[in-house]
Design a protein around this ligand. Structure first.
Ligand SMILES: C[S@@+](CC[C@H](N)C(=O)[O-])C[C@H]1O[C@@H](n2cnc3c(N)ncnc32)[C@H](O)[C@@H]1O
Length: 181
């Protein structure tokens, strides 16, 4: 099964559950390849610890099945990125790719729609940023991430997915004056 088919199945599942109602957001979830944003590894909970699981341990279809589960995938624990972890870790998640149904729930609850300009705080992998870009247009999306390494990899993911929002490195709680009007 292809990435496109997994995305379509995810949208169908979220629609059937009533968790994705707006056709424009459906199109965004259908369009954004989440695997590009998860990179080569994520953390899975393992008892009280986190175990890195790597793309290379899976065949392509099984990896995509995992990627498109409506699940938050933790990508960093106490500053350690999953791709760099050599074994289990104790600690708290410090970055993740939020479950797609929650990404769309947040934007639907915020009533974000045509013509809106959005400042996202916490780019993380860039997945939710790309969903916003697809719906609103790159020029209306600003995203702030305070972890420089994550900001760099998110920018790479977004570029690879063909998206070009304004990506800012800094503390999102300070806002982003340059984008305000
Ligand atoms: C849950 S993750 C990202 C989720 C991402 N938006 C998504 O939905 O896939 C939260 C991210 O916010 C970042 N972060 C937390 N507080 C922040 C702040 N005050 N300013 C900028 N980034 C922040 C963290 O480094 C982390 O990468």
């Amino acid at each position: 099964m292809s990435s496109t088919s997994f995305r379509q199945d995810l949208v169908d599942e979220l629609r059937a559950q009533g968790r994705l109602t707006d056709p424009a957001w459906q199109a965004a979830v259908e369009a954004v390849p989440r695997e590009v944003f998860l990179g080569d590894a994520v953390f899975r909970p393992d008892g009280t610890q986190w175990r890195p699981v790597c793309r290379e341990e899976f065949d392509e279809e099984d990896w995509l099945r995992m990627v498109y589960a409506d699940t938050t995938w933790v990508t960093q624990v106490d500053g350690m990125n999953a791709a760099e972890a050599t074994g289990r870790l104790a600690g708290r998640p410090t970055s993740s790719s939020t479950l797609p149904s929650l990404v769309v729930r947040m934007v639907e609850l915020a009533e974000i729609g045509d013509g809106d300009k959005v400042l996202e705080i916490g780019t993380g992998t860039g997945y939710s940023t790309a969903v916003l870009c697809h719906r609103l247009g790159d020029h209306l999306v600003y995203s702030v991430e305070y972890d420089e390494e994550l900001a760099t990899s998110a920018a790479q993911h977004l570029h690879a997915a063909g998206r070009a929002p304004t990506a800012v490195v800094g503390d999102g709680l300070r806002g982003h004056q340059d984008g305000a009007e």
